[in-house]
Design a protein around this ligand. Sequence first.
Ligand code: FPP
Length: 277
Amino acid sequence: MLDLPVPATTTLLKPSAPAAGRRGGLRAWAKSFLPDREEQGSLVPVHVAIIMDGNGRWARQRGMPRTLGHRKGADALSNLIEHAARVGIAHLTVYAFSTENWQRPREEVDELMNLLSEYLDSEAERLHREGVKLTIIGQRGRLPQLTQNKLAALEKKTASNTAIHVQVALSYGGRQEIVDAARSLAARVKKGELSPDGITEETLTASLYAPNVPDPDLLIRTGGDFRISNFLLWQASYGELYFTDTLWPDFNGTELDKAIRAFQSRQRRFGRVEEAA
Ligand code: FPP
C-alpha cells in the first residue's frame, strides 16, 4: 500500500504538534484529525499544488470589485500556508499569476501586481518567522523590477527555512516552462555538452524551473472548473486531481483537510497494476 514519506526536513509550526521524531510523532498527531488510513500506510501528500480560482466570483457575489476578491484570496493564502505546514505538507505550490493572466484588463493586472508587492511588504517577516522557505517559478523577468527585487530578497532570506516550502507560480505557464527546458537542452546539444539521445525524461526534468522539487502528489483546483489551465503540465502527470466548488477566498484548513482525505482514499498505481505499484 502507498507509503508517502514525510521528509526529514519537515517541521511543524504549532507547538502542539510534535517537533521531533517526526515520522511517528506526526502520524499519531495527524491521526487525531485526518482520516484513519494510517493503518494502510498513507499519510499527507508531500507536495500539494493549488489553482486558486474564484476570487472574482467571490467578490461579485458580494457586490464588491474583483480586486477585493484578490485581497481576500491573499488572506486565504496566508492562512492556508500555516495550516499546510501544520499538517506536514513539505511543498505547497500555488498558482498566483499565469502567463495568460497578462491578458486581463490593465487595471486588474496592475492591481494584482500591487497586491503582490504589498503582500511581500506585509507578510515577508511573518513567513520567515514561521519557517517558510519561499521560492518563485515562472518568468520573473516580466514582473515589475521592484517586485523582482523583493522576491529575490525573500528567497535569499528564507532559503534555509524548513517548516514548509512554498513555491509561488508567478507569470508561470506549464508550456512555457517546457519550452524553456527544451531551449536549454538544445543549447547544450549545440555546445556539444549533450547528445540528442541524452535528451531524456530525466534531463528534461533537470532543466525545469525547480528540478529538485518532487512532482505534486495532489493538485487542487478551487472555483468549480475542471481544468489544469497550463499549470505544472509536466510535473502533474501522475498527480491526483481534486476539484471543489469552493471559491478560493473560502478555501480554509477544513477544506484542505477534506482534499487530503480524498487523496488518501485514492489508489495510486502510476500506470501499473496494484501489486506492482
Ligand atoms: C483566479 O481567480 C485568481 C487569480 C488570477 C489570482 C490569484 C491570486 C491570489 C489568490 C491572490 C494572492 C496571491 C498573492 C501572491 C498575493 P479569478 O480572478 O480568475 O476568479 P474568477 O474565476 O471568479 O473570475
